[in-house]
Design a protein around this ligand. Structure first.
Ligand code: FPP
Length: 249
C-alpha cells in the first residue's frame, strides 16, 4: 500500500490515461455532452498537478483520437476549444509545473494559429522535466504506419529498436501503467506498440469524477503486481526447481 504522502519510484515512471466517460457524466445530469468535456478538462488539470506532486516522470493522456472526428461537429468544436484554452493556460504554467509538453498525433490538421502556439509551447518547454504527452488526433495503428514510412523514406532498416525510435513517443519510456476510466475494458487504438508490457487498470469511474484517490487506487494496484516481461520471478524459478526436485525424489 502506498502511504498518505509518497513519491513514485523508478518502477512507475510513466502513466497513460484514456479519459473516458465525459459524455455519460453529462447525460446522467441531463446536460449536453460538451459540459462533460469541460468538467473532464478540469479533472485533467487536477490530475497533472497531483502527478507533479508525486514526482511522476511522464503522463500521457488520450484527448482526441483519429476516430473522434466521427462525432457531431458541435462536440468536436467544443473539444477543440478546450484544447485551445488549455494551450493558452499552459503557456503561463509550464514553469510552475516544470512541464515539458509534447503533442503526439497528427497536429497538421489544426488551423495555423493553434498549430503555431502548440509548436511554440513544445519548443519553450522542451528542457523541463515532467513530460506531458497530449495524444490529439492520435491513433496507434496510424502511428506505427507513420513510423514505418519514416524509416523507409530515410532508407533505414525496420527493427524493434528503430521503429520505437521513429514513434511519436521516442522521447520517453513506454508506459508502465495504462488507466482507462468509464467502465470499458479496451485499449481503443491507444499506444498499441508502447503498451506491449504495460499494466492495465480499468475503472467504472467516469473521467470527470476521477480524482487523486482514484489515481492512488490504480497506483496501489500497479504496485501489487509482478511484472515478468515473459520471464519468471526469481522466487518462482527457484521454488519451481525445488518442486521439481521434490517430485523427482
Ligand atoms: C471520452 O469521453 C473523452 C473524449 C473523447 C475527449 C477527452 C477530452 C477531454 C477530457 C477534454 C480535455 C482535453 C484537453 C486537451 C484539455 P466520451 O465523450 O467518449 O464519454 P462517453 O463514453 O461517456 O460518451
Amino acid at each position: 500500500m502506498i502511504e498518505d504522502k509518497f513519491e513514485l519510484d523508478e518502477k512507475l515512471k510513466h502513466i497513460a490515461i484514456i479519459m473516458d466517460g465525459n459524455g455519460r457524466w453529462a447525460n446522467k445530469r441531463g446536460l449536453p455532452r460538451e459540459f462533460g468535456h469541460s468538467r473532464g478538462a478540469e479533472t485533467f488539470k487536477k490530475i497533472i498537478e497531483y502527478c507533479k506532486d508525486i514526482k511522476l516522470n511522464v503522463l500521457t493522456v488520450y484527448a482526441f483520437s483519429t476516430e473522434n472526428w466521427k462525432r457531431p461537429k458541435k462536440e468536436v468544436d467544443s473539444i477543440m476549444k478546450l484544447l485551445s484554452q488549455y494551450v493558452k493556460e499552459c503557456e503561463k504554467s509550464i514553469n510552475k509545473y516544470d512541464l515539458c509538453v509534447r503533442f503526439i498525433g497528427d497536429i497538421s490538421v489544426f488551423e495555423e494559429t493553434l498549430r503555431t502556439r502548440i509548436e511554440k509551447l513544445q519548443r519553450v518547454s522542451a528542457n523541463n522535466k515532467f513530460i506531458l504527452n497530449i495524444a490529439f488526433n492520435y491513433g496507434g495503428r496510424n502511428e506505427i504506419v507513420y513510423a514505418a514510412n519514416k524509416l523507409l523514406s530515410e532508407g533505414k532498416e525496420i527493427s524493434e529498436e528503430s521503429l520505437s525510435q521513429a514513434l511519436y513517443t521516442s522521447h520517453c519510456p513506454d508506459p508502465d501503467l495504462i488507466i482507462r476510466t468509464g467502465g470499458d475494458c479496451r485499449i481503443s487504438n491507444f499506444l498499441l506498440w508502447q503498451a506491449a508490457y504495460s499494466e492495465l487498470y480499468f475503472t467504472d469511474v467516469l473521467w470527470p469524477d476521477f480524482d487523486k484517490n482514484e489515481l492512488n487506487k490504480a497506483i496501489n494496484s500497479f504496485y501489487s503486481r509482478k511484472r515478468r516481461y515473459g520471464g519468471l520471478d526469481k522466487d518462482s524459478s527457484s521454488s519451481d526447481k525445488q518442486a521439481r526436485k521434490d517430485t523427482l525424489c
